[in-house]
Design a protein around this ligand. Sequence first.
Ligand code: MIG
Length: 835
Amino acid sequence: MINLKIIWIEKRAADYCSFFCLLLLLFIPAQAALQTAGNVTRVSQPKTNGVVLETSSRAKVSIEFFDINVVRIRIAPSGAFERDFSYAIDYSLDRKTPVVKISQNAREIILTNYYGTKVIIRKTPFSIKITDESGKTILEDDTKHPTLFDKSTGEIQTTKLRKSEVETYYGFGEKAFTGMSRHGQYIVNWNTDTFSYPIGTDPIYQSIPFFYALYDGKTYGLYFNNTFRTYFDMGKTSPERYVFGADGGDLDYFVFTGGYERSPKKVLEDYAHLTGKTPLPPIWALGNHQSRWSYFPESRVREIAAGFRSRKIPADAIHLDIDYMDGYRVFTWDKTRFPNPKKMISDLKNHGFKTVLIIDPGVKVDEKYSVYADGKEQGMFVKNPDSSELQRDVWPKASAFPDFTDQKARLWFGDQFKKHLDEGIAGFWTDMNEPATFMTEKTEKPESFHHPAKTFPVNTPHAGDGFPDTHRRYHNLYGMQMARSTFEGVKKLAPERRPFVLTRAGFAGVQRYSAVWTGDNYASWDHLALTIPMLANLSVSGVPFVGSDVGGFNEMPSGELYARWLQAAALTPFLRSHSVGWVKNKEPWEFGDDFTRINRASIELRYQFLPYLYTLFREHELTGQPVMRPLWYQYPDDKQTYLIDDEYMVGNDILVAPVVKQGMTTRGIYLPVGAEWLDWWTGEKIESGKIHYLQPPLDRIPIFARVGAVIPTQSTIQHTGEMPSAVVTLNVIAGISPGKTEKAILYQDAGEGYGYKLKEWQEARIEHQKEKLNISYTGSFNGQKLLYIQAIGIRQRPREIRIDGHPVHMFEFDKDKHRLKIELTKQAKEISLIF
Ligand code: MIG
């Protein structure tokens, strides 16, 4: 159920606190040695966009407008800034350094940008405040708890005032906390393999130290550009302030002011312009993926593929988990289980299936295994401080690990993909890259997720691409750099295709290389409910291509749970069912005929919406806007949306309110103010701004569409290879006010390759006015046939329908579902209804 009042209840399970309480305790004695930055002692202005300061603590501070709506603050406790390079930043994007006005008096230094946004730096003691053009505070230091650091340990910390106890926070990448907002929570970033994680486990696989603060309709964003273990206390210890810090590095952070509107969309636009976007994926990757640990031998893989086709359940990809390898040797095949991979892959391809392989970073220590021998000879593997090879047990037992923070190791690993690309493999799934290792040391203590022996020792050296340092600095980057090595390797080896990479671990910027799934969840209603806040927050953290294992990875779901999960996931950006191998089969047809029918319908719905989803991915590539969106993101002016965690939006126009509770027959639904909404299925108008109680039957996903929108769907297909012959329907959501014009786009291209970067794309641009639709086409790609207009929300049969001025008689009117379906003539330009 949705919780519309902002009440500060800790929804988290209580029993995971122990780890943090421990962390906090460890942290307290260190506090004693923390010192403040002191007073500003010297000001210089080396650039047009900001100042450099020295303080009485000998710290060096740089404050600048990094971009017109982005303030960057860097504080180097040591007095010398670190290398100004970040793996998170996309250096390929154009940037213009803004010119700012810099003024100074005895108390303050003030930077003012073109719009009148100000950074006010107080000198004694040093503190910062950012205000908007009307002088309202965007963000300010808590001067009672100023910037702190400990030069002996390298710890850094800063404290900001909260605007109110009802200031909410979002983003933070992949977090397993219930609830949409992160206020009152304590967050840690340290990539960790957390098999079958209970709700509330933190940290888990990914680290994205970026969040939004939202208060009274105004937003700013903050990205902490620090790859060490970082923490964020978002008003948990004290409701007046939030605190963040790290184990080392500079106190380097970017504040996204949200532009004139102070909107989440603007914050994300700027964050995406800093850390990059996901390139348009191949269309097949937006289809339905099926996985299990593991499908083998070859006959079972073929059986699964045939299972989809014979039951007419659409699917595009089948994933092979670790058991395809020869003794878990990465880039090999077990020849007994898979005697002829090339043949299998091409047969699957002929049936419309792409094959995706899991790739682990651990390379088996085995002199007779060429990947190991070659990597060792060329010095690609991570070493211990004493220069011996770092070896840890993972699936193949003792293994060595490429140093992905080294360009030469990334290139070397990337080249290994040639073999699988030649065999016809279409995508790669990079696992265990936190990095995760098995515990080899004997310990009396029970295994805990966060045991330090489950990854490399923190003093392990890394190359850091010219800035060598230890695992403490590079741990959180290992997964992202493995995904990068994979993406770049595959792109280089198969330049005519778009790589598909799926990664478990990552850092800010991982979206440039990979899709992300949320690791090892388990089959429970709580985990299903968690997928919405988890994926929505990850999505607005700059990572659009996200999904959770449908049905739960560990344990066995009931038919009802699996069906509801598939419904909840059907329109999420990445759709994959996955499972451990020790429970019963959980393919969509394993739960009895009734559920097979329901599951088929969910996947069919996914395929029907592909033209819409694909258009959104293209929009993301251009603008950084996410595919999946939380309600607050889209409607920050409607405070009722701030805590909604059981509904999500797909683009601007579709709102999904899945059933995530067992046996639920009545579901409360809230539709945000600022738009009008129709029930997708019935065409009934639903008033926004209040809760409605609907009775969604087991075979229905509650979906709502925004009045005025034009949403492209296509006829049902079995895989994306059939798309060229599928016909498109433009679903016009009726009820637009007179005089208003809504614009929509349907983007199409070959679904693969890079022809679209040149001329091979097509956009159908649609203008929707009351009872009238205009369609125009741009681009030279020959897109799918646009065959129908379906007006949803039409209450009476029109007297006449005209296409390009000519009356037409080919239409159907469904009075009960309030739908009017019109068949179009070729390249129709103007459709009008006359009542
Ligand atoms: O130690 O490859 O999250 O999806 O099936 C477990 C086996 C390793 C963890 C991944 C999961 C995958 C599993 N892997």
